[in-house]
Ligand binder design. Structure first.
Ligand code: DNO
Length: 387
């Protein structure tokens, strides 16, 4: 049994078209209704329109990524009760349209974070990069988050000062812009004032509290999802540790275990993202498949290369620190055991060849992802033939 190959599509405005995705050999598409405000209901009509576009190109809408969880729900403030009810209605509508896998995350305020979205690789292609000191400098001296220095060591603070004096205004402006990029699927950037105001709303929320809020959310929505025969798949934090003073609760194997234990149900599952989990050396990527495999409903395969200073860049799909050979082998065994074909997408590709002249969402170039997918496909094919 092979994986069900998909690519992410950001909708009709995406410079990567459905036809491109079809030509990459995908049978399925991963998308979301990014134009609907977070917290509002996804209506059957809207879902059907998107589904029809995908089906016209000969593919299916396999996974929703993401049905976003509002910050009100994450903070349990404001309109959170209405948002939870809306979430349930959206689940109901999605199930009615035949969509089965729903991805979401529980990262406060920001989704993924990078300091450089066009880091030049030795080949000339461009990758996403997280440079620790640039990030510390951003936090302390550009965003000027109150009390930020408490989160860093004296050495880090000193080195980030040196980083500031060693870089030009233009380089600093680039880091500043990249760190404040909006959520995937939107081209809006946050302003520093907006970020500081949003961070302030989490002032009284620590790790324990955020976890409680996640479990409360799961207790509400998982039974609904289970009845509808849906599979919820929580996406891990990226990077997998607290940032900008915000707690993060989906970062380690222990977190994942607690999440599945909080509301035991086949509907309460995981999105196994090797790139996010792999940015932390203490996450045992193959061990997670062995121990939590039955809860995995969706696969994001990509690779990162870390160094001892806490920097990492997005490596080739078969390069980097994650042993993709072992991971794909474990996943093939898992699918055989469970008798399912799990949806997979190559995550974050490099910008290369014609990608370099196109504006696409950071990490979501066409050719770079196609390369990643083709490499994963070859690995899968070879492994499955030899197993
Ligand atoms: C980044 C993605 C994440 C992911 C969300 C899921 O490229 O993997 O943005 O879609 O966190 O909710």
């Amino acid at each position: 049994m092979l994986m069900h190959e998909t690519m992410r599509w950001f909708g009709p405005h995406d410079a990567v078209s459905l036809r491109d995705i079809r030509q990459a050999g995908c049978a399925g598409v991963v998308t979301a209704l990014h134009h609907i405000s977070v917290g509002d209901v996804w209506t059957v009509d809207e879902i059907q329109q998107r589904k029809a576009l995908i089906e016209e190109e000969g593919m299916s809408w396999t996974v929703v990524e993401s049905l976003p969880v509002s910050d009100d729900i994450k903070r349990q403030k404001g309109n959170y009760l209405a948002h939870i009810e809306n979430y349930k209605i959206s689940l109901h509508n999605l199930a009615g349209c035949g969509i089965r896998v729903i991805t979401y995350n529980f990262m406060p305020v920001l989704d993924w974070l990078r300091t450089d979205i066009s880091y030049t690789m030795p080949t000339g292609s461009k990758a996403l990069y997280f440079e620790r000191l640039a990030f510390v400098a951003f936090d302390l001296f550009m965003l000027k988050r109150p009390d930020a220095e408490k989160d860093y060591t004296a050495t880090e603070i000193e080195k980030s000062k040196q980083w500031m004096s060693a870089h030009t205004e233009e380089q600093k402006a680039k880091v500043f812009q990249n760190a404040l990029l909006g959520l995937p699927g939107s081209s809006d950037r946050f302003t520093p004032e907006e970020v500081l105001a949003a961070l302030k709303t989490y002032e009284d929320i620590d790790t324990l509290k955020l976890k409680e809020h996640l479990f409360r959310f799961l207790k509400e929505v998982v039974p609904v999802a289970e009845k509808l025969d849906l599979k919820m798949a929580i996406h891990p934090d990226d990077p997998p540790y607290p940032v900008l003073g915000l707690p993060r609760v989906v970062s380690s194997e222990k977190d994942l275990q607690e999440i599945v234990d909080a509301v035991p149900s086949p509907a309460n599952g995981l999105c196994y993202c090797t790139g996010s989990l792999g940015a932390r050396p203490d996450n045992d990527l193959t061990g997670i498949i062995e121990r939590l495999g039955k809860h995995i409903h969706f696969l994001h395969l990509r690779n990162t290369k870390r160094d001892a200073q806490g920097n990492f860049f997005e490596a080739d799909h078969l390069g980097g620190d994650a042993d993709m050979f072992e991971i794909v082998r474990e996943l093939l065994l898992l699918m055989k055991q469970r008798n399912v074909s799990l949806p997979v997408r190559p995550d974050h590709g490099h910008q290369m060849l014609d990608d370099l002249d196109k504006t696409t969402y950071p990490g979501y170039s066409c050719i770079g992802r196609l390369k990643g997918l083709a490499e994963l496909r070859g690995l899968q094919y070879g492994l499955s033939r030899s197993m």
